[in-house]
Design a protein around this ligand. Structure first.
Ligand SMILES: NC(=O)c1ccc[n+]([C@@H]2O[C@H](COP(=O)([O-])OP(=O)(O)OC[C@H]3O[C@@H](n4cnc5c(N)ncnc54)[C@H](OP(=O)(O)O)[C@@H]3O)[C@@H](O)[C@H]2O)c1
Length: 232
């Protein structure tokens, strides 16, 4: 299978890329910066290639669809953040957050659907923040929640192509490393609260993503891969 991974050069996306390659497939990594894409493809080997896509830039998505051509699956892991109290939110940052998780995926569906092979699918990344409202995370909750409804709507509109969403819980993807020692506290608290007693690893999410890509009877779902965190 040939899989386009938007934001696939690092974090959870990189783990999915490795899993696809391990299964004998081919990956096209996409992102808005050329350098990390080239570094990742060099490490992943000859069945990995790269294309520049900025999900806030519609023409870059249209151009990439033509350049990439036929694919079996399109996965978007892209996220941009506008965190903080509503009173302090910057409108442009909020729009970027919606570009990354909602408008960008809609444009991916628009431009890539004609290139998807039979049995193909889209997989968009949501997140546990949608099901656990918290102070300062209203935009994150809203964009991630929108992804779940987008998957349902597009599953109907684009059928027989399949469209699914995956909602991770807290995962040690590298995204939290800038927190310093705050990361250890967050992870310890999350592990304690999660029914499974630990935070997630990128490999947990990659295994679930592969299942959503390959099970041709699954469409319009949001799969929660969060260690039960949304229930805690
Ligand atoms: N890690 C977790 O604990 C967790 C929890 C819940 C949900 N999730 C979701 O799972 C997904 C993957 O998470 P992650 O932790 O592996 O990744 P991440 O660190 O959140 O990475 C997000 C990626 O999005 C890219 N990006 C932002 N705006 C973009 C744009 N306009 N166009 C193209 N790329 C753009 C960033 O690229 P740059 O490097 O160029 O900035 C970055 O590579 C995300 O959707 C995240 O919200 C993760």
């Amino acid at each position: 299978m040939r899989v386009l991974l938007v934001s696939g050069a690092s974090g959870i996306g990189r783990a999915i890329a490795s899993a696809v390659l391990d299964s004998g497939g081919e990956v096209v990594l996409a992102g808005r910066r050329r350098e990390p894409l080239d570094a990742a493809t060099a490490e992943l080997g000859p069945r990995a290639s790269a294309v520049v896509i900025d999900l806030a830039d519609g023409p870059s998505i249209a151009q990439a669809a033509v350049a990439v051509g036929p694919v079996d699956h399109v996965v978007s892991l892209t996220a941009d953040h506008a965190n903080g109290p509503v009173a302090d939110l910057d409108g442009a940052a909020v729009r970027h957050a919606f570009d990354a998780k909602v408008i960008g995926p809609i444009l991916l569906a628009k431009h890539f659907a004609p290139y998807l092979q039979g049995g193909g699918s889209f997989l968009f990344f949501s997140g546990v923040a949608a099901w656990k409202p918290a102070l300062g995370l209203s935009v994150m909750a809203t964009t991630n929640g929108a992804v779940a409804f987008l998957a349902e709507a597009l599953a109907v509109e684009l059928a027989p192509l399949r469209v699914n969403a995956l909602s991770p819980g807290i995962v040690d993807s590298g995204a939290w490393d800038s927190m310093g020692s705050g990361k250890d506290t967050l992870f310890a608290d999350t592990a304690c609260a999660n029914p499974v007693g630990r935070v997630g690893q990128p490999s947990d999410i990659a295994a679930a993503a592969l299942s959503l890509l390959t099970n041709t009877f699954v469409t319009g779902v949001t799969l929660h891969v969060d260690g039960g965190g949304r229930l805690a």
